[in-house]
Design a protein around this ligand. Sequence first.
Ligand code: KG4
Ligand code: ZN
Length: 347
Amino acid sequence: MLCLGIETSCDESALALVEDGRLLDECLHSQEAVHALFGGVVPELASRRHLTSLPFLLARLLERTGRNIHDVQVVAAARGPGLMGSLLVGMGMAKGLALSLNVPLVGVNHLHAHLLAAGLEQDIVFPALGLLVSGGHTHLYRVISPSEFELLGRSLDDAAGEALDKTASMLNMPYPGGRFIDALAAMAEPDPRMFPRPYLDNKNLNFSFSGLKTAVSLHLAKHPHLRLPRLPDNEALMSWARKNPEICTVCASLNWSIVEALRIKIERELDLGYPYRSLIAAGGVAANSMLRGILRKTAEQRSLPLILPSATLCTDNAAMIGYMGWLLATAGWSHDLNVEAVPRGKP
Ligand code: KG4
Ligand code: ZN
């Protein structure tokens, strides 16, 4: 079965063809450079860009795969959560194609798709404990099967990626700063006393990362020289950091506080004895090297296979939407044409 996946939930416009659970190809246009000028995603600009990019991406995808649009047997689009205007563009395209091709339409939960994205690269063993860490979400799920997800805990305020991006911007790093924190953190050892490990003094599986902004801003008030000068490009940023190891220690310590909060809640759930057969980490922040290293250790100690998508499958992409659409369609799921986008909550 050939499934066209459409991803427009935030600032990546992407289309992918997935055939029988295998990715044929993906065409992705990242709007990051446009939004970086504003220090964050501008919803109106994002939806306008999706509208203009998608037709070109579709033409390129068909050309690259040598397929015809009439070969498509199911159309899947991210239904939410995400930015309403952006979701509507992708859902509108999906509905138009499903109607004209007379094929099923599947609206996909973007968060569930992130968690199962690694299925394109390896077998996922269920039930799995799934950590979804992105710019908009920090959710811990019990993934019972490809269509059964139980939410165990979530961030009560900022998502882990949001905390990284906001603190990176306090340090004057470009948006989104998560990957710069990661790169600079790799050049130093964390100081565990520098920042608190947030929201652990409780018995639940929720997270809270907004306090880290205050902790970083207090640290910067005491050490103002840590703010980076405005640098022309990423190369300049890296070479400045190499000459200023103190900033690398700040990044490593901040990264460590976030990663430890995630690890401790994961261990807390694993200690409760549910018969998990694997541990999944997904979403943009799952590209973080410190998180990947620490989760590898945790999984090894618990003799659980760790399922980590490769970096391109961690950040927003259409391959995961096509894959999830294919999984659901083969299990007999589809939506009517009046299915709505769900910007918040559970689609
Ligand atoms: O999943 P994603 O592409 O989009 C959302 O659905 O939010 O995640 C984007 C987030 C951003 O906060 C970005 O800073 C973060 O993922 N990110 C990283 C890394 N690469 C991307 N955070 C830490 N380390 C990275 N290497
Ligand atoms: Zn995402």
